[in-house]
Design a protein around this ligand. Structure first.
Ligand SMILES: *[C@@H]1O[C@H](CO)[C@@H](O)[C@H](O)[C@H]1NC(C)=O
Ligand SMILES: *[C@@H]1O[C@H](CO)[C@@H](O)[C@H](O)[C@H]1NC(C)=O
Ligand SMILES: *[C@@H]1O[C@H](CO)[C@@H](O)[C@H](O)[C@H]1NC(C)=O
Ligand SMILES: *[C@@H]1O[C@H](CO)[C@@H](O)[C@H](O)[C@H]1NC(C)=O
Length: 392
């Protein structure tokens, strides 16, 4: 897809108009939504970078991010880890269906790179809630909690983007969250007995790690915008810039190691097939960040199998996802790649052999990486919830 400047300008202008009217009405009358915040204790073993960049030098930081992501930095990781321990705040948008019972399942929704919790609200692009996962799920009787990963969205702090904000700490926080929502004492005021992890992109890798390290937390696992054979070259080579330099009003005082895309053309890697041409520009206007510490592969974030997990697993990915299938692949080739995602789950049985609650997958026609921001969104939402209905 080529970047169309006039449409992006239009999106930017309508974005300005929309900031004052963004409301939870977009989730529709069947949802009741509120912002929530959890204070969670967590301890993790974080990797020590032996040769981190000057934390105030954006050029050096961007090179470091690219090297980490491209896999050239691991030679420089020490085998040393350091223990990080503290209480951290996870923020999120919590939406409930009109009827909440003891058996209502809760979906915990975990976003990807350059996004925050709002991607599950379809970035409030449509006032009808057409792209809202919450609205759809609530209509189907599921409660939803879309979290901001540590350091993103409404998160009150931006921990050191190299040494502290790493996948292992994020994982332990989400593990604590899974325990909390099963109790009546949490900010949700409801003890959920069925808790489903639903990740998108980076959030799906965290889901693999949840299944690897905390398998009994998960009633079911749904990985979207995902495969076991990603090609991150378009993301690595994108025009990264320190968010605080790029837009100080939106990212005031954030450490320079929190990076974002400086040009709207970067967002086109997230689209493919059929979508509103104003959507990529709209996304650029509201983009969030990523840090080198979060990308760090040294904790098995990419590629380590979740051998301990034997529960239900669904993988759902756009058939035109150039990051998780590759830019040169046909939809049929993408389907075969997504079908192979269970290589990371050697002990989840294959549902195609008639095993209920095993591994299933589907690809969504005419759809790129941010599947929830394409015209097909309601179809993808329906297929995931049909699977959940059958599985839980
Ligand atoms: C980075 O800049 C901040 C603010 O100017 C300063 O306090 C800090 O000491 C600098 N850090 C390094 C390592 O130079
Ligand atoms: C920032 O880092 C770049 C790349 O490592 C280096 O060339 C440049 O001299 C550094 N700038 C400052 C002010 O230290
Ligand atoms: C790895 O460490 C060596 C020695 O400290 C350094 O010269 C080299 O630049 C580092 N490589 C990267 C990619 O940071
Ligand atoms: C989170 O994303 C929303 C929508 O994309 C955006 O409006 C908002 O600015 C982001 N929040 C932060 C703190 O970056």
């Amino acid at each position: 897809m080529r970047f169309i400047p006039s449409l992006v300008t239009m999106a930017a202008l309508s974005g300005l108009a929309a900031t004052s009217t963004v409301s939870q009405g977009a989730h529709g009358p069947s949802s009741s939504c509120r912002q929530v915040s959890f204070a969670l204790p967590a301890t993790s073993e974080n990797v020590v970078f032996t040769n981190p960049p000057d934390p105030n030098n954006t050029t050096a930081i961007v090179s470091f991010l690219r090297a980490v992501w491209g896999g050239t930095i691991p030679a420089n990781f020490s085998s040393a880890t350091t223990t990080i321990s503290g209480t951290f705040t996870l923020t999120g948008l919590y939406c409930t269906p009109s009827r909440l019972t003891a058996s209502t399942p809760l979906e915990i929704l975990v976003h990807g790179v350059s996004h925050n919790a709002s991607i599950w609200s379809g970035l409030d692009f449509s006032p009808t809630g057409y792209y809202s996962w919450h609205k759809y799920a609530n209509t189907r009787g599921y409660a939803t909690l879309a979290i901001d990963r540590l350091g993103h969205g409404r998160a009150p702090t931006h921990p050191d983007p190299f040494s502290i904000n790493q996948p292992s700490l994020q994982l332990e926080l989400i593990h604590q969250l899974f325990s909390a929502v099963r109790t009546t004492g949490s900010p949700l005021n409801h003890a959920f007995s069925k808790v489903v992890y639903i990740g998108h992109s980076y959030g799906s890798f965290t889901g693999v790690n949840m299944a690897r390290l905390h398998p009994s937390d998960l009633t079911a696992l749904v990985l979207t915008g995902f495969s076991a054979a990603p090609d991150f070259s378009s993301a690595i080579n994108a025009d990264w810039v320190s968010a605080a330099d790029f837009d100080p009003a939106r990212f005031p005082g954030q450490p320079k190691g929190y990076l974002t895309f400086s040009s709207p053309s970067a967002q086109t890697q997230f689209y493919g097939g059929s979508y509103d041409p104003a959507m990529p520009g709209w996304e650029h206007t509201y983009e969030d960040t990523i840090s080198a510490g979060e990308i760090l592969a040294g904790t098995g974030d990419v590629g380590s199998p979740a051998t301990a997990y034997t529960g239900p697993l669904l993988v759902a990915t756009g058939a035109n996802d150039i990051i998780f299938c590759g830019a040169d692949k046909t939809p049929a080739e993408c389907d075969a790649i997504v079908a192979g995602s269970n290589v990371l789950f050697p002990n989840v049985p294959d549902a195609r052999r008639g095993v209920k609650g095993g591994f299933e997958y589907f690809t969504v026609k005419g759809t790129g990486h941010n599947f929830m921001l394409h015209y097909s969104a309601p179809v993808a939402f329906r297929r995931v919830h049909d699977w959940l209905d059958r599985t839980l």
